[in-house]
Ligand binder design. Structure first.
Ligand code: LLP
Length: 436
């Protein structure tokens, strides 16, 4: 992945930095991000739109991995930003991310969160439901302040890896149904509002998608709807947001497409459809999360205890686990790994990698092919950059890991390791009197 290599001593290096040095300096568990790879991915999305002459915004879906430094990196790479909570918005603003390039998502944004968006005058709010339309009208009228909006719709196309399913009515907690009149009703309620500027439509059809057909179909359905509104209300759609979900390679079984292929295919279809229907081509916005940061992240752990269950399996346990990567336990997600200090040795052994959390399901990889290992070795699990740290918890009061960025032989701490003091900082002593 990216700038990963093996040094002469057989150590895994990332961004020309020895991972063993990183583990020594910053401790483990540690997330290491190859920022050159994040930049490369961002550029390949953005450059493809440029090459095709299509106006676009590539918004980093920051739920995948959010912190001040990654927001600054995203800003540097001319990405826009998808935030889904007041906390992500706050962090982005704190990082100095340009407010006009921030898009705010969510199916239950609070009044305080919406006010926060108005205060910062962010680029756009992606409106999810009728209650939110009501709130936005009240807030914008009270403040006499304009806000740009997209309507999130569910087109009845749901994609996952190689397949997609189409349904007449989507059973989703998100968005207005495109097929049962809800989207039309939302359009009626927002079109031509004094303070709400309706830019267009948004949809997100799934995650870890390896095929472009689902995006194309969803894009066509949205353009059809826009064409209806063009005819009935002379509506001009300026933005079509087709969401994220572009797949990445976690293991050799995964076969994602290159970023440019996803973009090229969706543009071709949308352009054709818009031409046929006599519409001006809208700007295309996308929201990649995983495909920008997923394979740029590597988790480093120190191997501690080992256990053999005779005739069944060998366990090795690491100093982290489901508290820093919930994906195997939650989604049965698969990963590949290497012993970072023996990366040149053959992978002749099979180990199951257990975490240190008090739960039998806390396994990071079942039956991992690995170099023969011993306690004290450093384990690197690849492709943990998306939905790893961002979904981390303090289960068992385990402190969250540190995060290091590496590029071109340099390294820097991006997020400090949590301390035990951090963990108790919001705890208060018991003051209730004991009942007799
Ligand atoms: N846009 C919207 C509206 C989304 O809901 C999502 C992801 C994205 C963009 C970014 O999708 P991506 O490009 O990262 O696939 N925790 C799960 C993934 C949840 C995705 C939620 N929405 C996981 O670890 O696989």
């Amino acid at each position: 992945y990216g700038t990963q290599a093996i040094s002469e001593e057989g150590h895994l290096t990332i961004g020309q930095v020895d991972t063993l040095e990183l583990a020594k300096e910053y401790g483990t568990p540690l997330f290491v991000y190859d920022t050159a790879l994040i930049r490369q991915r961002a550029r390949s999305f953005i450059d493809t739109f440029k090459k095709l002459g299509v106006k676009a915004e590539v918004a980093y879906a920051s739920k995948a991995f959010a912190c001040v430094a990654v927001y600054q990196l995203a800003a540097e790479e001319n990405l826009s930003l998808d935030v889904v909570s007041g906390g992500e918005l706050f962090t982005a603003l704190k990082a100095g991310f340009p407010a006009e390039r921030i898009h705010f998502h969510g199916n239950n944004k609070s009044i305080a969160e919406l006010e926060q968006a108005f205060d910062a005058n962010i680029g756009c709010i992606v409106v999810d439901n009728f209650y939110e339309i009501q709130l936005l009208k009240e807030i914008s009228e009270r403040r006499q302040q304009k806000m740009r909006i997209l309507l999130r719709v569910t087109p009845g196309v749901e994609a996952h890896t190689h397949d997609f399913i189409t349904t007449g009515q989507a059973d989703s907690k998100f968005g207005f149904d495109l097929n049962n009149g809800q989207a039309d009703e939302a359009f009626q309620q927002t079109f031509n509002h004094e303070f709400l500027e309706l830019l267009g439509l948004h949809c997100h059809i799934g995650s870890q998608i390896f095929d472009t057909a689902g995006f194309a179909l969803a894009g066509e359905k949205l353009i059809d709807k826009i064409s209806d509104w063009h005819k009935t209300h002379d509506f001009t759609c300026t933005v079509l947001n087709l969401g994220g979900g572009f797949g990445i390679r976690y293991t050799e079984e995964d076969a994602p497409l290159e970023p440019q292929v996803y973009v090229e295919d969706m543009i071709t279809v949308v352009k054709n459809k818009a031409t046929v229907l006599g519409l001006t081509m809208p700007e295309i916005w996308i929201e990649p999360g995983r495909s920008l940061v997923g394979d740029a992240g590597t988790s480093l752990y120190t191997i501690g205890s080992q256990k053999t269950v005779p005739d069944v399996r060998k366990y090795i346990a690491v100093d982290g686990g489901m508290s820093d990567n919930i994906r195997p336990a939650l989604y049965d997600a698969k990963y590949e790994a290497v012993i970072a200090n023996k990366a040149h040795a053959p992978k002749d052994e099979i180990y199951t990698i257990a975490g240190k959390l008090c739960e039998s399901g806390d396994k990071l990889i079942i039956d991992a092919k690995l170099q023969e290992t011993a306690s004290g070795d450093t384990l690197a699990i690849f492709c943990t950059g998306a939905y790893g740290y961002s979904m981390a918890s303090n289960y068992n009061r385990v402190p969250r890991p540190a995060i290091v960025f590496v590029e071109n032989g340099q390294h820097q701490l991006a997020v400090r390791r949590e301390s035990y003091e951090d963990i108790v900082q919001n705890d208060l002593p018991l003051t209730l009197k004991k009942g007799e």
